[in-house]
Design a protein around this ligand. Sequence first.
Ligand SMILES: [Zn+2]
Length: 295
Amino acid sequence: MQDYYIVDDGKTQLLKFKKLEEFKDKVELAFSLKTYNNGFKYEIKDDVHEDVRLTKFNNISKSLNIDKRKIILPKQEHTDNIRIIKEKDIIVSKINCTQKDNKDNLDNIDSNLVTNLFYQLRDVDGLITNVKGAILATTFSDCTPLFFYDPIMNVIGNIHSGWVGTTKKIGQKAVDILVNQMDCNPKNILCFIGPHIRKDHFLVNDDVKNIFENTFLDICKKYNIIEETNLINEKGKQYRIDTTLINKIMIEERGILEKNIFDCNLCTVCNKDMFHSRRAEGIDYEVNTGIMYLK
Ligand SMILES: [Zn+2]
């Protein structure tokens, strides 16, 4: 049975998880598809793309009926840094909004505000909150999206776990924060895994393979994580790595129940018509957005 469905309103196509239907009055989680041109380039050092980014958020925020000014978008850098978004972060956005309300061009108010939040959250690859209306956004193109929701404590987490983040165990760190700082019981936490590059397409050379082997010694012994292939590229022999399985095992090690992990089972490379993919698109790749918030 498919864990996800896709909503198409003529402005965006958004992937949602069936499990969250039962909590639809409390939480929203949506992952954007590349259709309707809703991706954008993620070039953190290039302001030129700010406008592109913000135009793209217009459609997503209209489809979800949310205030674009409350979107909290970190500057992701493949770290394992996770920020807890508090009420004061939302107040900051309100102040920024009021200051700029005097300006004539309303469109610019939104743009400037999102830009401010974007640059405030440097080197952050995960967001956690229990504040209603804090709209947590992260972007992906092949990296693994891990979304968490505890319906008892009403806490959410939106985590970017690329292969580097996976080796830094950012998923485990997210669960640790949910449990130790947000008072969640791991048995209540639901985890949703969005579209990302899967084992068949995640080909790496010795350098990356060795990092995984050394980081996940025990997991590699027990499970079929690393698979040798007959493929060779300019850097030598290639291996396939199952980052999906590593992420699942890591969060289960922290007490998340297998039955509470909902994986859309979609590969971004296999489904490059639906999602942006760095591997499939090359250097001009664009990104998909994962948005999560409490209502
Ligand atoms: Zn694939």
